[in-house]
Design a protein around this ligand. Structure first.
Ligand code: ADP
Ligand code: MG
Length: 498
């Protein structure tokens, strides 16, 4: 069977800011990604066994997963729906006919001796993901998305003489999402994986947990002279954190440049990233598609979807991050940067909207991004675990707006609500945190302070800066509760400064 011929088109103009200076001139790195995303589903792709992570080894294994003779795969409709939903979320073409093939190879964690995957006719075709790097929007092409089974897990470090196999993961549905070689820096590749993860989470089709392996990236890296023909690529397998993706690319690009500058050539190979050393090393020479003896799985019919069913799924798509970001900018007057920060996590975006509804959007964004996110990060909590609810934060902002508390008191109040909980308004009442805006009360204190310091008051007439000292004294005398603006105005008027 012929391999699908993919024509690679260069969609990018060379940009100097991405060049890597070598001894013989500048180089440009070219990156394409293959991301494996575990489908969020209770059951596996072709069996009813649980797809849950972290169970006792070999407790989630059906006869199909164990490849017992005569067992037949039955497609899980929900996994198909999830793949279609993802395709729609990536602005991609949904192929109403797709075909499952067998990809043949031997490994102990693959009991049938083949992986069921889609090769020539994937369920999803071309699409686009938009990323933002240094304020610039870049379109990264998606080549395809196909459904396939995951393999089991081999465990080599439990016993000096034996290896173990855990088949819980065998047969779990994966979406392989393949990008075009449209990225030109480690930053862009990192932004691509973050953005893809955000979209998958919005869609609810993958939990995006890289630590648990539900999102893994294979990174294809090559280098070339800027704008020249594409170079030979190496593929770095299974990198499992965004930070490692950046490190692996930087290391690999430099390795290839060093070889080429010494007159060598790049062997197309599969490499592994060692996070401890920050290096990639050769794993095997690149396998070719024909090595896998792909052929359509005779146990499965071609997958035929109805247009109407696809449209039903489209109708249930949530608002996605790009649309939400645009709306946050127009509806709440946020800066593009703040909007991007907020929409990166759907729970954070939802929280922000609950705070911002009926209030000043910019103030809400400031509080959420600076105070709340800052504190959450410091304490290692997620937004779902925030001790301060959106309602409580909203009330704190209302108290500032009403002039009941100053910005400084608000921060103290935030801290009290964070550690002790409670209704912000009541806390302000009960602990006497309300700022004094009653002008006659403030005036009395201003008069007292001026009367007690006649020399300073005299100086202030010549040197208006001294007025600041009086403001400080009044704030001190009122334990910071006086409205600073009112104090400032009163002090200046009483001292006769205009
Ligand atoms: P394979 O399974 O053989 O790795 P795929 O077509 O599944 O092939 O994936 C190829 C990946 O490599 C894609 O992400 C593609 O964008 C990327 N790619 C292709 N050519 C290059 C190149 N010259 N440099 C970097 N990446 C490349
Ligand atoms: Mg590959």
């Amino acid at each position: 069977m012929d391999a699908p011929v993919i024509e690679i088109i260069d969609t990018r103009e060379p940009d100097e800011k991405n060049f890597i200076e070598g001894a013989t001139g500048p180089w440009e790195v070219v990156i394409g990604m293959e991301v494996h995303a575990q489908v969020l589903s209770n059951a596996k792709l072709f069996s009813g066994a649980s797809a849950a992570f972290g169970a006792e080894p070999n407790t989630h294994v059906s006869l199909v997963d164990a490849a017992m003779p005569g067992m037949l795969p039955v497609i899980n409709e929900f996994c198909v729906e999830q793949a279609v939903r993802t395709g729609l979320g990536l602005n991609a073409k949904i192929n109403l006919t797709s075909v499952f093939d067998r990809k043949n190879y031997f490994y102990p964690d693959l009991p049938p001796g083949y992986q069921i995957s889609q090769y020539k006719q994937p369920i999803v075709g071309e699409g686009t993901i938009y990323i933002e790097v240094d304020g610039e929007e870049i379109a990264v092409g998606i080549e395809r998305l196909h459904l396939e089974q995951d393999a089991g897990k081999s465990i080599h470090d439990q016993h000096p003489d034996y290896s173990y196999v855990d088949l819980n993961r065998a047969g779990v549905a994966l979406m392989e999402i393949v990008s075009k070689p449209d990225m030109r820096s480690a930053e862009e590749a990192k932004a691509f994986v973050s953005k893809l993860r955000t979209i998958l989470r919005y869609l609810g089709t993958c939990d995006g947990n890289m630590e648990q392996g539900s999102l893994r990236a294979d990174i294809n890296v090559s280098v070339r002279r800027p704008g020249g023909p594409f170079g030979t690529r190496c593929e770095i397998k299974n990198v499992n954190s965004i930070r490692f993706i950046g490190q692996a690319i930087d290391y690999e690009a430099q390795r290839q440049i060093d070889i080429l500058e010494e007159g060598g050539t790049i062997d197309q190979e599969t490499r592994l990233f060692d996070p401890k050393k920050g290096e990639t090393r050769s794993m095997r020479s690149k396998e070719e598609a024909h090595d896998y003896r792909y052929f359509p799985d005779p146990d499965l019919l071609p997958l035929e979807l109805e247009e109407e069913w696809v449209e039903q799924i489209r109708a249930t798509l949530p608002e996605l991050p790009d649309a939400k970001r645009k709306r946050f900018i127009t509806e709440y007057g946020l800066t593009p940067y703040d909007a991007s920060v907020l929409v990166a996590d759907k729970a954070a975006a939802d929280y922000f909207e609950r705070v911002a509804k009926g209030r000043d959007g910019k103030a809400a964004a400031n509080w959420v991004i600076n105070e709340l996110f800052g504190r959450l990060r410091k304490e290692g909590l997620s937004i779902e675990q925030s001790p301060v609810s959106a309602e409580q934060l909203g009330k704190i902002i209302d108290l500032i707006k009403k002039g009941d508390i100053s910005g400084r008191t608000a921060k103290e109040l935030f801290d009290i609500v964070w550690t002790e909980g409670g209704d912000p308004e009541r806390i302000v009442e009960e602990r006497g945190m309300k700022q004094v805006t009653d002008l006659s009360a403030i005036e009395k204190v201003v008069d007292e302070v001026i009367a007690a310091n006649p020399d300073k008051a005299e100086q202030a007439k010549a040197k208006p800066n001294v007025a600041g000292w009086f403001v400080g004294q009044v704030m001190k005398a009122t334990q910071g509760k006086a409205n600073p603006k009112a104090v400032n105005e009163l002090v200046r008027r009483k001292l006769g400064i205009e």
